[in-house]
Design a protein around this ligand. Structure first.
Ligand SMILES: Cc1ncc(COP(=O)(O)O)c(C=O)c1O
Length: 381
């Protein structure tokens, strides 16, 4: 696949993702969904959206799902639904995509950052020391396809009477003891950005919840506060409804998700078999009983940081390094860096290897060989 890198076209032997190939895998069904929507003229808030919402809620294990324009909108509306606003504090992990934190700021509240643990998720042992008289909520993130410790987070939240909103944008299909991500907190927040586990062909998102009031709030707020049946405005809302066409595509892809998750697990197992035991390279396998990893991302930690990722790219393997600069160190965000040693360390070391349902076992072996070569090892060492 060809990408423009600094103005040059570079061909990767193993691209990070391959949307063209993914489309070919399900072309007949996607084309049919497009045909249905276009011939019926079903562009806004129609049956395809309702069908997707029903199927998503069933998949996650909640009573309701409400389709929105992005994961960010899901977070923002969830915080507002929980009544969080100016004067309130919300606990968020120091290592996450910036949208988690921005949703708190844009709801008018103050984010309070907490370091993460070895599994990249919020360090539950550090949460209570961050709670003050103004804390109103905890916003754990299930990063890379692996859930934060929800049983302990809910126990802490219960004792301190805090709302819990799950940022599950990277973990559709993961679970703890069989209970799905996005079904633990007051809401689960989802992103259908193209390269997520379930990705649309543009932006998309949703919340899942068991609370009918929260579902109704989001259903109105995504439509400028309007109740579509009565025409009454129930507040100053937003324009953030999930497009009907995207919902039709996502409904097709959702049917494939169980087998795609199984494939991701196979790839992760292949990486593990090929890369285990290399000194200075840490693999993302935690083996915690009851915690199911669905590998949205396969993020390794290399003690050799940039040299490692540069070598892979130079040798035709497209990798991502999210995030080298923690979001709280971006000056314009005006966040305080209270010292987060694990976040600082992993930010220097993270490297996401190609992980998607388009790659073949041969591609995975090619990545493994290249990594081993970087560490001066032969394939069979
Ligand atoms: C952890 C996390 N939170 C929030 C978001 C925001 O989702 P979106 O890009 O759909 O707004 C993302 C997606 O990139 C994410 O990975």
């Amino acid at each position: 696949m060809e990408y423009a890198v600094g103005g040059d076209l570079l061909t990767y032997k193993v691209p990070f993702v391959d949307p063209r190939k993914n489309y070919q895998m399900i072309k007949t069904e996607i084309d049919q969904a497009y045909f249905d929507v276009m011939t019926k003229g079903d562009l806004v808030n129609r049956g395809q959206l309702k069908s997707f919402e029903k199927n998503l809620a069933e998949f996650v294990g909640t009573k309701y799902a409400v389709g929105l324009n992005s994961g960010y909108d899901a977070l923002h509306l969830s915080l507002r639904a929980a009544g969080i606003g100016p004067g309130d504090e919300v606990i968020v992990p120091a290592h996450t995509f910036v949208a988690t934190c921005s949703a708190v700021v844009n709801a008018g509240a103050t984010p309070v950052l907490v370091d993460v643990g070895k599994d990249f998720n919020i360090d539950v042992d550090r949460i209570e020391e961050a709670i003050t008289g103004r804390t109103r909520g905890i916003l754990p993130v299930h990063l890379n396809g692996y859930m934060a410790d929800m049983p302990r987070i809910l126990e802490i939240a219960g004792r301190h009477r805090l709302a819990v909103v799950e940022d599950a944008c990277q973990s559709l299909g993961s679970s703890i003891h069989g209970k799905g991500a996005g079904s633990w907190g007051s809401t689960g927040c989802w992103s259908f950005y193209p390269f997520k586990m379930l990705g649309g062909y543009g932006d998309g998102g949703a919340i899942t919840t068991d609370d009918p009031d929260v579902a109704l709030f989001a259903t109105r707020m995504r439509y400028n506060g309007e109740d579509r049946e009565t025409g009454e405005y129930h507040g100053h809302g937003f324009t953030c409804l999930l497009d009907n066409l995207q919902a039709a595509f996502l409904d097709v892809k959702l049917r494939h998700l169980p087998s795609w998750i199984a494939r991701r697990k196979e790839i992760a197992a292949r990486y593990r078999a090929g890369l285990a035991g290399i000194p200075g390279l840490t693999l993302p396998h935690y083996d915690r009983p009851g915690f199911d990893h669905v590998y949205q991302n396969y993020v390794v930690r290399s003690a050799r940081g940039d040299a490692f990722s540069a070598y892979l790219k130079e040798n035709g393997i497209e990798v991502l390094t999210q995030f080298r600069k923690p979001y709280y160190r971006h000056e314009a965000l005006k966040l305080s860096d209270r010292g987060f040693p694990e976040t600082e360390a992993l930010s220097r070391e993270v490297c996401s290897l190609p992980m998607n349902v388009e790659i073949t076992d041969g591609d995975v072996d090619c990545v493994i060989r290249t990594v081993r070569k970087f560490y001066g090892m032969r394939a069979d060492d």
